[in-house]
Design a protein around this ligand. Structure first.
Ligand SMILES: *Cc1c(COP(=O)(O)O)cnc(C)c1O
Length: 380
């Protein structure tokens, strides 16, 4: 089986983890701060808080933005469920903004309309979580303009985006947002097995993020209520969680991050091969819009009909096809909150034809040629 995504590990990645096992603290040592600094250096953001998953990163970002039970969080229906669940963790209400069928990202025009209506109804969202689907950045300049106009917090779910660039800046730079959330799950651009991080340019937010990731407990006198009682002193000042990344994982992350550009280069080359091979077929293909360099997390084709049959045929040929994603609002858990088919037509139309093809640095030219042949045969 050729999987749709796969991590790439080298001998020095493994050696970095073994060195921690043999010589260092397993958790709360030096590796996590070093990984956070490496992510700051790579993204250009001023601060970074590493955590144990991308989902935890989204949760603490919502907590740092003080998302509460009377608030709304909006996100894209074409994302992993975590992009919306983070709002539910805080007891907030969830709504979605339909996608642009070309970029498959939140449509800025749909967003503008929905914000105008929400303002009239006094139901503006507190947070908008934008998702850089498949590694292509959303139109952040336009979206930031709208978010500023309506006083909305902007959080980037860049679980697909690390290694991509927008208007010359690395995704994760937070040039157009309050915070960016990353994931290091093995199918993402780099891995720590499980892991995530939040980047921000706001020093206060960075402290809050660290607080929520570590039980709400602090040794920082600036965050304390009243005076410190001595050098042993700590306070719990918020209800936080244990979302720490371990040093084993951070060591792997540091080693992997050094290879990120190489991984993205390989993904980009493979994506270009797919795009050329499918140029004159009935397939709808991903695009890279002006000002963008995609991280190419996944390569999604849209078939005009017979998705079920085409998917099954590719699976029979040993191709680990997938579908990213079933629109979040159609999940039973979200249906029970009141969402229905027809709510977000572009998202639903995308889903109806979507198939994820294998894309990862170790995919060989032979494997890719086989995938291309099988796809062409299946749609013929
Ligand atoms: C992977 C992913 C997440 C969650 O990341 P984990 O590290 O698996 O918790 C969130 N959002 C999107 C878009 C993702 O692809």
């Amino acid at each position: 089986m050729i999987p749709y995504g796969k991590h790439h590990l080298e001998a020095d990645d493994i050696a970095a983890v073994v060195d921690v096992l043999e010589n260092q603290f397993l958790t709360q040592g030096q590796q996590v701060p070093l990984f956070e600094q490496a992510l700051v250096d790579y993204t250009g953001a001023s601060h970074c808080v590493a955590v144990n998953s991308g989902t935890s990163a989204l949760h603490i970002a919502c907590l740092a933005a003080e998302l509460g039970t009377d608030d709304w969080l909006w996100t894209s229906p074409i994302s992993f469920v975590a992009s919306a669940n983070c709002g539910l963790y805080c007891g907030a209400h969830i709504d979605f903004v339909d996608i642009d069928p070309v970029t498959r990202n939140i449509c800025p025009n749909a967003l503008a309309d929905k914000l105008a209506t929400a303002k009239q109804q006094d139901k503006l969202p507190k947070i908008l979580v934008v998702v850089h689907f498949a590694g292509l950045s959303c139109e952040m300049q336009r979206i930031k303009q709208l978010a500023d106009q309506y006083g909305v917090w902007l959080i980037e779910d860049a679980a697909h985006g690390l290694g991509g660039h927008y208007q010359g800046a690395a995704i994760g730079s937070c040039a157009y947002s309050h915070m960016t959330c990353l994931s290091f799950h093995p199918v993402k651009s780099i891995t720590t097995a499980e892991g995530g991080a939040v980047t921000t340019n706001d020093a206060y937010l960075a402290k809050q993020l660290a607080l929520y990731a570590k039980h709400g407990v602090t040794r920082d006198s600036e965050l304390m209520v009243g005076e410190s009682e001595g050098p042993w002193y700590y306070q719990q000042v918020a209800l936080g969680y244990n979302y720490r990344l371990s040093d084993l994982q951070a060591a792997l992350g540091i080693s992997q991050l050094k290879k990120l550009s190489r991984f993205i280069q390989k993904r980009t080359e493979l994506a270009e091969v797919y795009t050329q091979a499918f140029a004159n077929t009935a397939l709808k293909l991903p695009v890279v819009t002006d000002g963008n360099a995609s991280a190419w997390h996944i390569y999604m084709i849209e078939v005009p009909h017979s998705r079920r049959e085409i998917f099954a045929r590719l699976q029979e040929k040993g191709i680990g096809v997938n579908v990213h994603y079933i629109p979040i609002h159609l999940q039973p858990y979200y249906r029970q909150l009141g969402f229905e088919p027809g709510n977000f037509p572009h998202a639903e139309q995308f889903y109806a034809g979507a198939i994820t093809l294998p894309l990862y640095p170790d995919l060989t030219a032979e494997q890719q040629a086989y995938v291309i042949d099988c796809v062409k045969e299946a749609i013929a």
